[in-house]
Structure formats: structure tokens, C-alpha cells
Design a protein around this ligand. Structure first.
Ligand code: PEP
Length: 259
């Protein structure tokens, strides 16, 4: 099967003031000039989004948000909508990150509603799924992940093709811990997700969807993870905070050989 176009995505989480964001983009752009083989997204705090979108306009980097709310306007104090993200130049959104699910109580249903709204707004969703350590240790990895993936399709129109959706398999125990899943674990989970997408929406859809791995990806392990057949890129927290290290990951993704 032809390999899908890789994506390397930075998740800054709740880090960087606007000035720091500006400096990062200035350092990143010259370091990724040879990375035409990959899509690049930087998911930044709302406060830096407009500035990062402006600075990356016309470059290979797209600016994205880490969250949003699926209603377009109204009495939802503290929330930001899809039209507001488009208004400041965002092109992508992370949906259902485990920190949103665990700390802020996002349910599968909320994640599904968000994914559907992101797609209908013409933004690219990166939908995160993944199991906890307890779930993995008790043999419940696939039960959890398959439930999360199935839920996403509850509100998504049948007409949606595979290209506008990205999944990120992010085992919760590997996020921010330095504990990376083995390349075989990453391949096992991403290939199972692709198999399920095939059951739900057919082979063409499943073959087009890009599935990322996230969880302590860094320059030292990105090569073996990216070499896996069903891993189409990375969603990276800690190692994306320095422009130099994120540029290394981007360049590794752009030069990946088919697994
Ligand atoms: C993440 O924030 O999605 C993530 C994978 O973080 P880290 O790379 O730090 O594990």
C-alpha cells in the first residue's frame, strides 16, 4: 500500500507566551526548509494562535488549536468556537487529548460532537485515542481504543472521506512520562485502528486516514516509530517545545522510508 503523506505535529500544551511563540517560529522555519515530504502542524495555546497563524502563512507549517467547543456562538463562557478558530487563521484542531478527557472530563460523546464540527468547519481534526496503564495491563487496550474510535463516527456524516480526519494513538501511560510504546506496540494499535476504520467506512476510507503515534516521541526514537507501516506521523509534546528538536522530528518524518 502506498504510504500516506506523513504529518509531524507539535502540541505545546499550556506553554509559551506570544513572544516565545514568535521566537520559536522564527527558529523553526529555516530548519525545515528541506522537509517538503511532510505536513507540519503546531498546536498552540489560544493566546498565541493568531500570531502563529500570521507568521506561518505561506509556509509549510499550519497553526492549530488544542481544543474548542462545538457550538458556534452563545452562552458558553470561556469557550472558543470553530468559526473563531478560522477567524484567526487556524487550520487544525486537536480533539479529545487525554488531558482534556482526564482533567476536564470530556466524554466520548463530546469528542465525537467536536470531531464532527471540526470536519464540517473545514478544519483538520487530530482525534486522540489511547488507553491507560491499568487498561493495558489488564488486557483492555483494544476495548478502550476501539470504543473511542467508534464513538467518533456517531456524529460524522456518511459522506466524509478519509483525508480530512487524522487519528492519534496516544497511550496515556506514554504521554509526558519518557516511557515510549515499542515500535511494535505502536504498529499493533495503529493497524488495529485502521482495520476498524475499514469495517466502519470501507477500505478506501481506512487507507486514506492518517494515524499518528504520540507518547514521548523524541529525535532518538522517531525513526523506528515512523518506520512502522501504519504509523503516519507523530503528535509530540515535550520534544516539540524547542524549535531545534521539533525540526529534527519534522525532518525525520519528511525523509521516512516506507515500512
Ligand atoms: C502529547 O502531548 O500529545 C504528547 C504525546 O506528549 P509527550 O510527547 O510529551 O509525551
Amino acid at each position: 500500500m502506498a504510504r500516506r503523506r506523513p504529518i509531524m505535529a507539535a502540541n505545546w500544551k499550556m506553554n509559551k507566551l506570544v513572544g516565545e511563540a514568535r521566537e520559536y517560529v522564527e527558529q523553526l522555519l529555516p530548519r525545515i526548509e528541506g522537509a517538503g515530504g511532510a505536513d507540519i502542524a503546531v498546536f498552540v495555546p489560544f493566546t498565541a494562535l493568531g500570531e502563529v497563524a500570521r507568521l506561518t502563512e505561506g509556509t509549510p507549517v499550519v497553526a492549530g488549536a488544542q481544543n474548542f467547543y462545538y457550538e458556534d456562538s452563545g452562552a458558553f463562557t470561556g469557550e472558543v468556537s470553530a468559526p473563531m478558530l478560522l477567524d484567526v487563521g487556524a487550520a487544525a484542531v486537536i480533539v479529545g487529548h487525554s488531558e482534556r478527557r482526564e482533567i476536564f472530563g470530556e466524554t466520548d460523546e463530546m469528542v465525537a460532537r467536536k470531531a464532527a464540527r471540526v470536519v464540517s468547519a473545514g478544519l483538520l481534526p487530530v482525534v486522540c485515542v489511547g488507553e491507560t496503564k491499568e487498561e493495558r495491563d489488564s488486557g483492555g487496550m483494544w476495548e478502550k481504543v476501539s470504543r473511542q474510535v467508534r464513538a467518533v463516527f456517531e456524529y460524522l456524516g456518511d459522506e466524509t472521506s478519509g483525508e480530512p480526519i487524522v487519528f492519534a494513538y496516544e497511550p496515556v501511560w506514554a504521554i509526558g512520562t519518557g516511557d515510549t510504546a515499542t515500535p511494535e506496540d505502536a504498529q499493533d494499535a495503529t493497524s488495529k485502528i485502521r482495520g476498524l476504520l475499514g469495517e466502519l467506512r470501507g477500505e478506501d476510507f481506512a487507507g486514506a486516514v492518517r494515524i499518528l503515534y504520540g507518547g514521548s516521541v523524541k529525535p532518538g526514537n522517531v525513526g523506528e516509530i515512523m518506520a512502522q507501516e501504519d504509523v503516519d506521523g507523530g503528535l509530540v509534546g515535550g520534544a516539540s517545545l524547542e524549535a531545534e528538536s521539533f525540526a529534527e522530528l519534522v525532518n525525520a518524518a519528511a525523509n521516512v522510508e516506507s515500512g
